[in-house]
Design a protein around this ligand. Structure first.
Ligand code: NAD
Ligand code: UGA
Length: 460
């Protein structure tokens, strides 16, 4: 029965992208019926419960308003495919861990399984939308699978990469800088492109809906992430130079970023970028460049990751050097474990690396984070060492020799550091991996302060 809805939309993959993206479509377009399916029944049960599987500001409200009205979460993938006109595929595309391309190429097994399942279950024509981030020319592989039998069902594959950032996903979806749609330049390709553009036109201004050929769209997504990560590695590389020359990286970033050709955003020096995508997408880009014999181009992009690895290890070495070259038995409080603020996601978080190295140094760790403690526990499972997880940052700091700020949570800026200083072992150290606290004030309170890319302020 398709009576009250003008369009049936399916999304395969109920993750950080599939959930919020589809919730926004359902929220903006009550005339469509939107269903999200996943192979993971636990995840679907969470989406159907009061406690959603991901934390994202503003997400609860729109999910709870649309759920059961025109937004549905289900494990019945076959039925979802049969009923739908448009299918978004938003499954994970992690870095391959085995075989050819291990550690570099995208693992497309989930993607391919989806293509086969669509082929198996579909009984009417469909538009298939690549929402996952994929290597350039993946649509060709998808087409080959979908066109491999002659059952009369026709498919049109589009590329529609997602540019949302975690923590701001809802505002990014509500007011996107652009929506990118890549299609074949055939009559049916252009028709499918219009059908997809029509969905977004319900709330996105026409001039922000950008259409391209399919390969340019696929590649643009990898390039956007590579450029963003490159800016962070660039400023982090300069931060290391600032530390040697007593320049201040924030002032350098400000001076440089005031040039409108450069711009001020994404120039915050840090302990390193994390998140599920920057590293994997650059590795993927590097792999593709090598595949096409572009070794110098591959090397150029690889250096963005190398600087990020350097940055994390440099942070750890700074801690070790500052604390008299021994961390054994010292209590160290990690403020934050999420890869960035306003998310519970810890994938590729620099905190995982720092925690593992501190444990190796036989430090006693105490980790606090407003939203990421469950993921932190899972990330450190199996690592032998003394680790505690506490919700209250004051409790975490009590008795600690050092605090290391890993995540730029607003809460950490607003703490009573005088109280914290009093509760700590002396000399008390603070390593600000995000440059978010007032360093001079903390120094005046008695802390030995180690920011990123600025002179350390120490009493020693
Ligand atoms: P995720 O791991 O959170 O979610 C993927 C979901 O797909 C999982 O729930 C998994 O169970 C499900 N899945 C896997 N195979 C399936 C199958 N055959 N059938 C049904 N469900 C299946 O991943 P994510 O963070 O949402 O990322 C998805 C894609 O979007 C990736 O390609 C990623 O690069 C891209 N992306 C992510 C972000 C982000 O902020 N996380 C932003 C832009 C793009
Ligand atoms: C990033 C991109 O910003 C999105 O456009 C893209 O859709 C997404 O990846 C993806 O493809 O998955 P996300 O990883 O969620 O989004 O978050 P970002 O805000 O980009 O932050 C990534 C990392 O860089 C975080 O660890 C953050 O703390 C760090 N960062 C960011 C810095 O260290 N300095 C900065 O100036 C900015």
């Amino acid at each position: 029965m398709k009576s009250c809805f003008t369009q049936y939309i399916l999304c395969i993959g109920a993750g950080y992208v599939g959930g919020p993206t589809m919730a926004m479509i359902a929220h903006k377009c009550p005339q469509y019926r939107v269903t999200i399916v996943d192979i993971n029944p636990e995840r679907i049960a969470q989406w159907n419960s009061d406690r959603l599987p991901i934390y994202e500001p503003g997400l609860d409200e729109i999910v709870k308003a649309a759920r059961g009205r025109n937004l549905f979460f289900s494990t019945d993938i076959e039925k979802g495919i049969q009923e739908s006109d448009i299918i978004f595929v938003s499954v994970n595309t992690p870095t391959k861990t085995f075989g050819v391309g291990a550690g570099m190429a995208a693992d497309l097994q989930y993607w391919e399984k989806t293509a086969r399942q669509i082929l198996e279950s579909a009984t009417s024509d469909k538009i298939i939308v690549e929402k996952s981030t994929l290597p350039v020319r993946t649509a060709r592989a998808m087409e080959r699978i979908l066109f491999s039998t002659h059952n009369g069902v026709r498919f049109e594959v589009l590329s529609n990469p997602e540019f949302l950032a975690e923590g701001t996903a809802i505002q990014d979806l509500e007011r996107p800088d652009r929506v990118l749609i890549g299609s074949r330049q055939t009559e049916s390709g252009l028709k499918a492109r219009s059908a997809l553009a029509e969905i977004y036109a319900n709330w996105v201004p026409q001039e922000r809906i950008l259409t391209t050929d399919i390969w340019s769209s696929e590649l643009s997504k990898l390039v956007a992430n590579a450029f963003l990560a490159q800016r962070i590695s660039s400023i982090n590389a300069i931060a290391a130079l600032c530390e040697k020359t007593e320049a201040d990286v924030s002032q350098v970033a400000k001076a440089v970023g005031m040039d409108p050709r450069i711009g001020p955003k994404f120039l915050n020096a840090s302990v390193g970028f994390g998140g599920s995508c920057f590293k994997k997408d650059i590795l993927n880009l590097v792999y593709i460049c090598r595949y096409y014999g572009l070794n110098e181009v591959a090397k150029y992009w690889e250096s963005v990751i190398e600087i990020n690895e350097y940055q994390k290890s440099h942070f750890l070495i700074t801690m070790l050097n500052a604390m008299f070259n021994t961390l054994a038995g010292k209590r160290i409080a990690l403020f934050g474990f999420a890869f960035k603020a306003d998310t519970g996601d810890t994938r590729e978080s620099p905190a995982i690396y720092i925690a593992a190295r501190l444990i190796e140094e036989q430090a006693d760790l105490v980790i606090t984070d407003p939203k990421a403690l469950a993921n932190a526990k899972a990330d450190l499972k199996g690592i032998e060492g003394k680790v505690q997880f506490v919700e209250d940052p004051y409790e975490a700091a009590t008795g600690s020799h050092a605090i290391a700020i890993m995540t730029e949570w607003r809460q950490f800026r607003e703490l009573d550091y005088e109280r914290i200083y009093r509760s700590m072992a002396k000399p008390a150290f603070i390593f600000d991996g995000r440059n978010i606290v007032d360093h001079s004030k903390l120094y005046r309170l008695g802390f030995n302060v180690y920011p990123i890319g600025k002179p350390a302020l120490t009493h020693l």
